[in-house]
Design a binder for this molecule. Structure first.
Ligand SMILES: *Cc1c(COP(=O)(O)O)cnc(C)c1O
Length: 368
C-alpha cells in the first residue's frame, strides 16, 4: 500500500466541479490581480475567523512581513518567537530590520512557553509572535496578558491553524493581527501561493492594504513605500470554494488523529501528540516523537509510507541565523524534539485502512 504524506489530488477530485465553475468565472471577468474575488474571500474569511477584517496577500510570509512593517517594527527592535517554526516567521522579523529573539517551547504542546516569555522581554521588544504549530494554538491568555503589561503587539503565526480554537475562540480572533498561509498543503490551501492577515484593527488593516499595493489606496497616489503583495483573483475564487469545506475537512483530520491516537497508544517509545485542555487541534500535522527517528523514516519509506520532519534544524542553529551567536542547548526542549519528531501522513481524505497500515508498520518496525 502507498500512503503519501499529503494527497492534494484526492481533495481536488472531491470538489472539481465547484472549482471549474469558480475558475471559469474569474476567467470570464478577467479579474486576475486582487479585485472582486479577493474582496469576497476576504469577507468570508474574516467572518470564519470571527474577526472584522481580512487582507489577502501573496503568501503567509508576506502576511507576517507586512504586518510587522505596518506595526512599525524596524531597526533596533526585537521580536520574540519560537525556534521550532518554519523559517518564514524569523525571516519576516529580519526583513523588517529587527532582531528575532527566541523562547523555548512547552513540552506537551510544542508551542511558546509563556512561563519563559517574560525573561526575554527587554526595552527593545516590540512584538511577540506565538506560532500555532501543527494546528494547535499556543496558550494565548498568559501571552496576551504579558503583552498588555509591557505594551507589546501580539502577531499570531496561524499559518498551520486555520479553524483551530483557543477556549472556544477561533484562530484569528485574539491577537492584534493573525497571519495565515494558503500554501497548497495547508489546511486551507490555494492552487498557487496566497496568504492573509486577519485583524479587528481597522487602521492596521488599512495600512496592510496600502503596503500590499505599492503604498497606494488610490491609483498612483503613493502614501508610503510598499510592495506588490496582492493576492491573485484566481486564488481568491478557489479559496472561497474551499473555505466552505474547511470545517468538514478539519473534522476529518481530527477523526484521523483519533484513530492514530488510539492505535499508537500502546507502542513502547512512541509519544503521540497532546491536545491541550484549552485547544481544538486541527492537525495540520500529526507528529509523534520517537528515538532513532531516521531509521524508522527510512524503513517506512521502503513500505511506501511517506513521512516528514517539522523541523529538523531549529532556526537559531540555521546557517542564516548563526550571526545571532546562539549555541547548541540554548533552547533544550525545542532542540531535543527537533531530533525526535516524525510527521505521519495526515490529510482529510486519509482512509482508515491507510492509517491502520501506517500504525501496523510502525509497530513491527519498532519491535525489532
Ligand atoms: C507555511 C508557513 C509559513 C509561510 O507561509 P507561505 O505561504 O509558505 O509563505 C509561515 N509560518 C509557518 C509556521 C508556516 O507553516
Amino acid at each position: 500500500m502507498k500512503v503519501p504524506f499529503v494527497d492534494l489530488r484526492a481533495q481536488y477530485q472531491s470538489i472539481r466541479d465547484e472549482i471549474a465553475i469558480a475558475i471559469q468565472r474569474v476567467l470570464e471577468s478577467c479579474a486576475f490581480a486582487r479585485g472582486p474575488f479577493v474582496t469576497q474571500f476576504e469577507k468570508e474569511f474574516a467572518s470564519f475567523c470571527k474577526s472584522q477584517f481580512a487582507v489577502g496577500v501573496g503568501s503567509g510570509t508576506e502576511s507576517l512581513w507586512l504586518t510587522l512593517l505596518a506595526l512599525g517594527v524596524g531597526k533596533g527592535d526585537e521580536v520574540i518567537t519560537v525556534p521550532n517554526t518554519f523559517i518564514a516567521t524569523a525571516e519576516a522579523i529580519s526583513l523588517c530590520g529587527a532582531k528575532p529573539v527566541f523562547v523555548d517551547i512547552d513540552n506537551e504542546t510544542y508551542t511558546m512557553n509563556p512561563v519563559l516569555l517574560e525573561a526575554d522581554i527587554t526595552p527593545r521588544t516590540k512584538a511577540i509572535i506565538p506560532v500555532h504549530l501543527f494546528g494547535q494554538m499556543a496558550d494565548m491568555d498568559p501571552i496576551m496578558e504579558l503583552a498588555k503589561a509591557h505594551g507589546l503587539f501580539v502577531v499570531e503565526d496561524s499559518c498551520q491553524a486555520h479553524g483551530a480554537e483557543y477556549k472556544g475562540r477561533p484562530a484569528g480572533s485574539i491577537g492584534d493581527a493573525v497571519c495565515f498561509s494558503f500554501y497548497p498543503g495547508k489546511n486551507l490551501g490555494a492552487y498557487g501561493e496566497a496568504g492573509a492577515v486577519v485583524t479587528n484593527n481597522q487602521e492596521l488593516a488599512k495600512k496592510i492594504k496600502t503596503l500590499r499595493d505599492h503604498g497606494q489606496l488610490e491609483k498612483y497616489q503613493h502614501m508610503m513605500i510598499g510592495w506588490n503583495a496582492r493576492m491573485d483573483g484566481l486564488q481568491g475564487a478557489v479559496l472561497s470554494v474551499k473555505l466552505k469545506h474547511l470545517s468538514e475537512w478539519n473534522e476529518a483530520r481530527r477523526n484521523n488523529a483519533k484513530v492514530y491516537d488510539k492505535l499508537l497508544a500502546n507502542i513502547d517509545g512512541v509519544v503521540t501528540p497532546k491536545e491541550a485542555d484549552y485547544a481544538k487541534h486541527v492537525y495540520h500535522i500529526y507528529a509523534i516523537r520517537i528515538q532513532n527517528r531516521n531509521k524508522l523514516i527510512t524503513a517506512l519509506a521502503d513500505k511506501g509510507i511517506q513521512c516528514g520532519i517539522h523541523y529538523p534544524i531549529p532556526i537559531h542553529l540555521q546557517g542564516a541565523y548563526c550571526y545571532l551567536g546562539l549555541e547548541k542547548n540554548s533552547f533544550p526542549i525545542a532542540e531535543r524534539y527537533s531530533q525526535e519528531l516524525i510527521s505521519l501522513p495526515m490529510f482529510p481524505e486519509l482512509t482508515k485502512e491507510q492509517t491502520k497500515y501506517v500504525v501496523r508498520e510502525i509497530k513491527s518496525l519498532t519491535a525489532q
